[in-house]
Ligand binder design. Structure first.
Ligand code: G3H
Ligand code: 13P
Ligand code: ZN
Length: 332
């Protein structure tokens, strides 16, 4: 059993309380490799932003959970080396799907876990979430739960709406599970294809696709039911067109990739939404950089040359999210 406190990590409790009061959100960035982690830490250290490092099941399969945990531990020391005296860094399990997985992360030094039982029937979601909360809280590890199902890009508009979080359930769910934060569904979704072109309208001036707005009425109703309770948004990449265009012009194929407009995320960050998850945008930045370097210098075969540029692209992206979208700069 390793306590995250020994590793210099923090849980989300105080961080979220401050974010709600201050009208900003904490960035939750997924990491799978060293370059992503370096870019996240540099961006957070330079902007003095609290940050959540997220490890998904896919990341564990790709990079190994042990290695990722030690990398996060190293990240705390790296942050100090960069001059960030008291780094505010959370190591979080993203989309945990079983009690055993959440327990193993708690035991292994994670400071926060998500139990995502949102696809289970309501009572089963409550029972599993409660079990994780009871275990995690013994070690002061915070727990994120999810209610409502994020729409997939294949979903019909009508069925997407019916997956939104039901505001009338949130008090019962939060009270009975004891969770520390709640991920809700208000129209975001994972990946780089959040809406079909049919779900969008076209800007007559630019010809670009404009996605339908997030369901702020659902968010407002949730906040009314649970005043001051930490709310989380998954699937919050904005899919920057500059990266998509760069990738497509350099031999890639990402037709009609579309994300959540940043103004809407900015608006959400000012509310009780205190954690915003971003993964796909970092993947796009990485891919755009690699395609650019390898196109411009076809003879390059040193991975440091293209991964290094990818790291720079991601650092710039993370700083932009922190400063211009989430407003968490200077808060740590
Ligand atoms: O929630 C999804 C995250 O973007 C993680 O994705 O499971 O492919 O690592 P992944
Ligand atoms: P994106 O795919 O929009 O980056 O969402 C990431 C996420 O929600 C991780 O849990
Ligand atoms: Zn997610």
């Amino acid at each position: 059993m390793v306590s995250y406190k020994e590793l210099g990590l923090v849980n989300t409790r105080e961080m979220f309380a401050k974010a709600i009061k201050g009208g900003y959100a904490i960035p939750a960035f997924n990491f799978n490799n060293m370059e992503q982690l370096q870019a996240i830490i540099k961006a957070a250290a330079e902007t003095k932003s609290p940050v959540i490092l997220q490890v998904s099941k896919g990341a564990r399969n790709y990079a190994n959970q042990t290695l990722l945990r030690y990398m996060a531990q190293g990240a705390v020391e790296y942050a100090k080396e960069l001059g960030w005296e008291k780094p505010q860094i959370v190591l979080h399990l993203d989309h945990g799907d079983s009690f055993e997985l959440c327990k193993s992360c708690v035991d292994f030094g994670f400071s926060s876990v998500m139990i995502d039982a949102s696809s289970l029937p309501y009572e089963e979601n409550i029972a599993l979430t409660k079990k994780v909360v009871e275990y995690a809280h013994q070690y002061d590890v915070t727990v994120e739960a999810e209610l409502g199902v994020l729409a997939g890009v294949e979903d019909e508009v009508a069925s997407a709406v019916s997956h939104y979080t039901k505001p009338e359930e949130v008090v019962d769910f939060a009270t009975r599970t004891g969770c520390d934060s709640l991920a809700i569904s208000i129209g975001t979704s994972h990946g780089a294809y959040k809406f079909t072109p049919e779900q969008c309208t076209r800007d007559p001036k630019t010809g670009k696709l404009v996605p339908p707005p997030l369901a702020f009425d659902v968010l407002d109703a949730v906040m009314e039911q649970l005043p001051g309770f930490p709310i989380v948004l998954h699937g919050s990449s904005s899919v920057p067109q500059e990266y998509v265009d760069m990738i497509n012009s350099l031999g890639g194929k990402l037709p009609d990739a579309i994300g959540i407009p940043e103004e809407q995320l900015r608006k959400a960050a000012k509310s009780a939404v205190c954690k915003i998850n971003i993964d796909s945008d970092s993947r796009l930045a990485f891919t755009a950089a690699v395609r650019k370097v390898l196109t411009e210098k076809p003879g390059e075969f040193d991975p440091r040359k293209y991964c290094g540029v990818a790291r720079d692209f991601m650092e710039e992206l993370y700083k932009h999210k922190i400063i211009d979208v989430l407003g968490s700069d200077g808060k740590a």
